[in-house]
Design a protein around this ligand. Sequence first.
Ligand code: F6R
Length: 609
Amino acid sequence: MCGIAGYIGKNRACPILIDGLRRLEYRGYDSAGFALAEDGGVVILKAVGRVEELEKQVGERDFLGTAGIAHTRWATHGKPSKENAHPHVDCRQEIFLVHNGIIENYKELKESLKKRGHRFSSETDSEVIAHLIEEYYGEDSLEEAVRKALLKATGTYGIAVLSQREPNKIVAARKGSPLILGVGKDEFIIASDVAAIIRYTDRVVYLNDGEMVVIGRDGYEVSNLERTRIDKRVDRIDWSVEKAEKQGFAYFMLKEIFEQPEAIKNAIRGRVLSADGNVKLGGLDDVRERLREINRLVIVACGTAYHAGLVGKYMLEEYAGIRADIEYGSEFRYRKPILDSKTAVLAVSQSGETADTLAAVKEAKNKGALALGIVNAVGSTIARETDAGIYNHAGPEIGVASTKAFTSQLSILALLTVFLGRQREMSCVTGKRILNELAEIERHIKTILKQAKEIEKIARKYSGFNNFLYLGRKYNYPIALEGALKIKEIAYVHAEGYPFGEMKHGSIALIDENFPSIAIVTKDSVYEKTISGVQEIKARGGKIIAIATSGDKEIKKLVDDVIYIPKTLEMLTPMISVVPLQLLAYYFGVQKGLDVDKPRNLAKSVTVE
Ligand code: F6R
């Protein structure tokens, strides 16, 4: 996920582009840059880090140009660096391009362009589009060259292109990545999100996939890649600037809960080998053979990522047939863990900067273990310190409480289970079954998200309680822990996550009419046992909210409230059973008037011990 902004009009473009980037920064913030048509040429400026760093480079310089494109990056291919920052240029430094998305066939394209003499200066997939455009930019107009280049590219893109030869136009196009055109009075802004547009105009044109727009000083024209002109409606937006950044959601946390289907899709995209019931994990290519020899996996993580790791342990042991242990990063570093060259230590971290997890990676490497990572932030310290790894591609997570990163981590752990399982005893049929069910999760989550209003009502009904017991068994035990963590951090409500079967060994003493339980009772291999637990609570007058499988009518008779979730493969259930618990915590927090994006005492990335 990256942010794109482009401006052409009668005003100076530089401050408008910088302002646009600042508003798009939530989409990525590891480097930023712009290209401005200036004095008959094009000036390009890039900086590593936040948009602020780019602003510092602009400093006192007085750019007069009135057309330009800009970008704030969230690295996917290639570390955060000046070379990898956008805009990218062709060999002749004539074409300037910003891109959001992933060009899936970039390796093949890059190889063939290199053979034709193109010189590349970055590790990105995006740069190939600039060179492809160059290939066609002879007699053709810029838009024609862009059109031909895009027909060669597979994957997703939102692009904006500026050319030194035709500095009075910007060509933009989208497929799978958002692009919106703001239509002002004698000025136009193209951006990934209305947040970058709303200060200048409330009139917008939403581009659809496969559409391209040529924006000049006097107007714009939309067409498809087959050159058919398209008449687009101009819509009006009635969002405030503040609301626009969150795309209409009240908080980033809610936006990110709703982004989970997309995040899961991005985690799986390009990694499934359907016919073989197997997966391709490019980041593990270099250690593929060593992984065959590994007989133990130690997952290290903190907080929510730890809960993902716990689900991963269950998946890996049940399906990949490999011994898997899970450790808190903060504990691992101070014990004397037994590791050897047949052990792989797998760090799971959204930020890739968590100090405790990082220390565990270092410890693992010192002891000769293979260090692997599942990390969302490309180029982060854990991503660099590990020997190999898998990126989430979930996009930036702004809300302090982790939501979409969690379900994305579970997707990757499921892929890893198939990968390691297929290296061992897992059959092609089992691999296919897991992957087919995984592909359906996105749809299942959408079904749950449609019940947000009912979940909000349940949160209201229970808002007077200050203690909750979260219970789940087997794959749903980590989800009980995660549900309890979410409500603690977001709503400051005391909650305990517990393995359902353990309840009778102590915590059942807490149960009375003032201590409600949230019971995850999905139809799976432990359903009957879990139901016994539900009855034990009811016998003691405890109230219960159940997370149950659609169609389970019996559960309704036993508990006070039910939230239904679709049926899936048992090992994938956590990916959907967690969603109502995220929403419950969110609504509890909001109903208490709390800033759920920034809970007290917490930081998004804990880089201290
Ligand atoms: C909880 C939460 C934290 C993080 C933990 C690890 O909602 O966000 O518990 O999961 O601090 O962070 P990362 O994944 O960045 O290593």
